[in-house]
Design a protein around this ligand. Structure first.
Ligand code: SAH
Length: 257
């Protein structure tokens, strides 16, 4: 890869994007958990309009596509992810109903009250949980649903090391009751919230990365940015094993009033 004309920042993003392109999922989750969240949504028909915001390469969107009726649009900022997403849909013969579009979640082009369901696994943090819930609400029909997964604290207090890590990474992390309250204040009935089990992090997220990390380090041997990135990934993973009693991902499902 040539980085002659790119800023360090752009180069970083390209590298991170390439790394995640080699993984089926770009965040914690599992097919079982996607289906569990889907089981709370009761308004879908063949006419339904669904958006998966921050869909990545679509590992989870395809599970939705295979189990939910209607049209699904996957939205992601990165063209490479959307390219892989659309190939993925074709392979599964879902291309007529499941389509990837490059767009930013803070400038969505949906019509007001167009959507029956907004989905977003491990991605709303990019805009912030409260802001995303408030700004996306107008795109939902009355009685439409939103289902998002989001990093959350499990306890009121926690060791300094993990607290400081998250305050730096995503200060929007909060306890489950506070997130539920935010959902209610944003104009939704909080229909359900549940913690993603550990296998969503271990078997479905961190373990598949071992192989991807090896390949990546081999390809970018001596590249400091790549080596630093992988070191960070490993640090984040070790913190998960050490502190998984204190935080994790939680699915929040809400219904527009
Ligand atoms: N939902 C996927 C991906 C989660 S990772 C999964 O669970 O596997 C978060 C995703 O958000 C990434 O694919 C990233 O490219 C995307 N993203 C980051 N900022 C974005 C923005 N402003 N608009 C749309 N997508 C964004």
């Amino acid at each position: 890869m040539s980085n002659d004309n790119k800023s360090i920042h752009e180069f970083d993003l390209d590298l991170i994007c390439e790394y995640y392109s080699n993984l089926e999922r770009q965040g914690p989750g599992s097919p079982e958990i996607t289906l569990k969240a889907l089981s709370f949504i009761d308004n879908l028909t063949d006419e339904s309009q669904i958006a998966d915001i921050g869909c990545g390469t679509g590992g989870k969107t395809m599970v939705l596509g295979q189990h939910a009726p209607g049209q699904i649009r996957g939205i992601d900022l990165f063209p490479k992810f959307i390219h892989l997403f659309n190939e993925h849909a074709k392979k599964l013969n879902l291309q007529d109903r499941v389509k990837g579009i490059v767009e930013s979640m803070d400038q969505l082009s949906f019509q007001e009250e167009e959507l029956d369901l907004i989905w977003s696994e491990g991605a709303i943090y990019n805009i912030g949980f409260e802001r995303g819930l408030k700004e996306w609400r107008k795109f939902l029909k009355k009685g439409g649903y939103i289902a998002v997964s989001e990093a959350s604290w499990f306890t009121n207090g926690r060791p300094d090391e993990i607290h400081e890590f998250w305050m730096d990474a995503y200060p929007g992390i909060d306890t489950i009751p506070n997130k539920v309250k935010q959902m209610q204040h944003a104009g939704y009935i909080p229909v359900a919230s549940f913690i993603l089990p550990e296998n969503c992090w271990i078997e479905h997220f961190y373990e598949p990365q071992l192989e991807a990390e090896k390949k990546f380090l081999k390809k970018y041997k001596g590249n400091q940015t790549a080596e630093f990135f992988i070191k960070n990934q490993r640090h984040e993973e070790s913190l998960y094993y050490k502190y998984k009693d204190y935080y994790g991902y939680v699915f929040y499902i809400g219904k527009k009033l």
